[in-house]
Structures are given as structure tokens and as C-alpha cells.
Design a protein around this ligand. Structure first.
Ligand code: C5P
Length: 222
């Protein structure tokens, strides 16, 4: 029998990354941040100055990505060709490029098995856009986490401010809407709740509130 998977899908800024990390920690499960794989593919493409519409080359990059995730002091760092690029992959231009490369069926196919390989005992928490629909359709617990675009832009602006970066809320909101539209309207694995997913709206709810709801689902189903 395969180890259980908890999938957490939703748009950027819904809090799924934070929930996934806390949950994995609490249950001692492995963690898959699938967005990081698309971000690493995008960063590698940008570094090589590859045209972001060249699907064949982007697919090749995704298939041959030399990456590793390291857990240090409770923080996951992402290594690309041995270099720590944890900060680089969070830059706004990489976010935008990631959502472009993620729309390509070839890129998604190249990353599919790599994502499934994260499924190890005693279990896995996987966050992304299509964890419950495409990558782990048999997961016993599926969450679809949302929040209003305004709330997500506010959260993002706070995160950036903590890092000393100031960006206008209007620009962030525009970015978020553009990425949402691209993620929801693409033909391959669009952002959508799985039929058997539990939908949670985190607007105005604190992280611990969401975590408690998810933990109850885990207790009921795993
Ligand atoms: O979750 P995160 O914002 O890090 O993901 C970056 C981009 O990767 C998203 O905008 C989305 O287009 C893409 N992505 C995806 N499928 C996933 C995870 C991320 O298409 N499972």
C-alpha cells in the first residue's frame, strides 16, 4: 500500500505553503512544494536566456533539472545545480515566468514522476495547483484553500515589507489576478478543486484556525 498523501491546492497567497509546512512538521510527513519545481524550471530558463515560449527547450530543462531540497533549521532551501537559490526563486519575475512555463503540457509531463517520487513513508503533504486532481488523485485528504485576491495581495505585501521590499498593493493585486487567470484557464491541469476536495476559505481566518480544521480531517480519514 502506498503511503498516504494530503494534498493542499489553491491560488498563490492562500496560505497553502504555510499550512503544508506546519502539517508536515506536526505529522512528521515529507513535504512537496510543487510550485518550487516550476519556479526552479523558470529560473533555470531565465539564467540560460531561453525564450519562455520555446516549449521543447523548456521541457528539456524540466526533465533534466539538477535540484535538491535541504531541510536546515526548520527551513527548506532549494538548490539548483548545487547553488542555494531559495531567495531567487521567490522573485516576482521568477513567479511570472513560472506561471508561464507551468502552462506547457511538456513541462508538466516532465515534472510528474518527479513529484510522485516524494511519496514516502510515513506520508506526504503536497501543495500546489493540481496535487489533488492530477498528481495524487488517490490522496485520502484533499484540501482546496482559497482567500480573496485582496487578502492575498495584502499578505504578500506584508511578507515583502518584512524583507524590506516595498511594492504597491495595486501592482501586487494585478500580478495575482494575472497569475490566477493563467492558472485557472490553462488547458492542462488548470487550478480547480478536485471533486472530492474539501474547500476552505482562509479570508479573515488565522493560520491556526485553518490548521485545526485540516488536522481534524486527517484524524477522520487517515
Ligand atoms: O505555488 P507557487 O506560487 O510557488 O507556484 C508558482 C507557479 O507554478 C504558479 O503560479 C503556478 O503557475 C505553477 N504551479 C502549477 N502547478 C503546481 C504548482 C505550481 O502550475 N502544482
Amino acid at each position: 500500500k502506498l503511503p498516504p498523501v494530503i494534498t493542499i491546492d489553491g491560488p498563490s497567497g492562500s496560505g497553502k505553503g504555510t499550512i503544508a509546512r506546519l502539517l508536515a512538521d506536526k505529522l512528521n510527513f515529507s513535504l512537496l512544494d510543487s510550485g518550487a519545481l516550476y519556479r526552479l524550471t523558470a529560473l533555470s530558463a531565465l539564467n540560460r536566456e531561453v525564450d519562455l515560449t520555446d516549449e521543447a527547450t523548456l521541457t528539456e530543462i524540466a526533465a533534466n533539472l539538477d535540484i535538491r531540497f535541504d531541510l536546515r533549521d526548520g527551513e527548506v532551501s532549494a538548490l539548483l545545480e548545487g547553488q542555494d537559490v531559495s531567495r531567487d526563486i521567490r522573485m516576482e519575475r521568477v513567479s511570472m515566468a513560472a506561471s508561464k512555463v507551468a502552462a506547457m503540457p511538456g513541462v508538466r509531463a516532465a515534472l510528474l514522476q518527479r513529484q510522485r517520487d516524494f511519496r514516502q513513508a510515513p506520508g506526504l503533504v503536497a501543495d500546489g495547483r493540481d496535487m489533488g486532481t492530477t498528481v495524487f488523485p488517490d490522496a485520502p485528504v484533499k484540501i482546496f484553500l482559497t482567500a480573496s485576491a485582496e487578502e492575498r495581495a495584502r499578505r504578500r505585501s506584508e511578507q515583502l515589507r518584512e524583507k524590506g521590499v516595498s511594492v504597491s498593493l495595486r501592482d501586487l493585486l494585478e500580478d495575482i489576478r494575472a497569475r490566477d487567470a493563467r492558472d485557472m484557464n490553462r488547458a492542462t491541469s488548470p487550478l480547480a478543486p478536485a471533486e472530492d476536495a474539501v474547500e476552505l476559505d482562509s479570508t479573515g481566518v488565522d493560520i491556526d484556525g485553518v490548521l485545526q480544521i485540516v488536522l481534524q480531517l486527517v484524524r477522520d480519514r487517515i
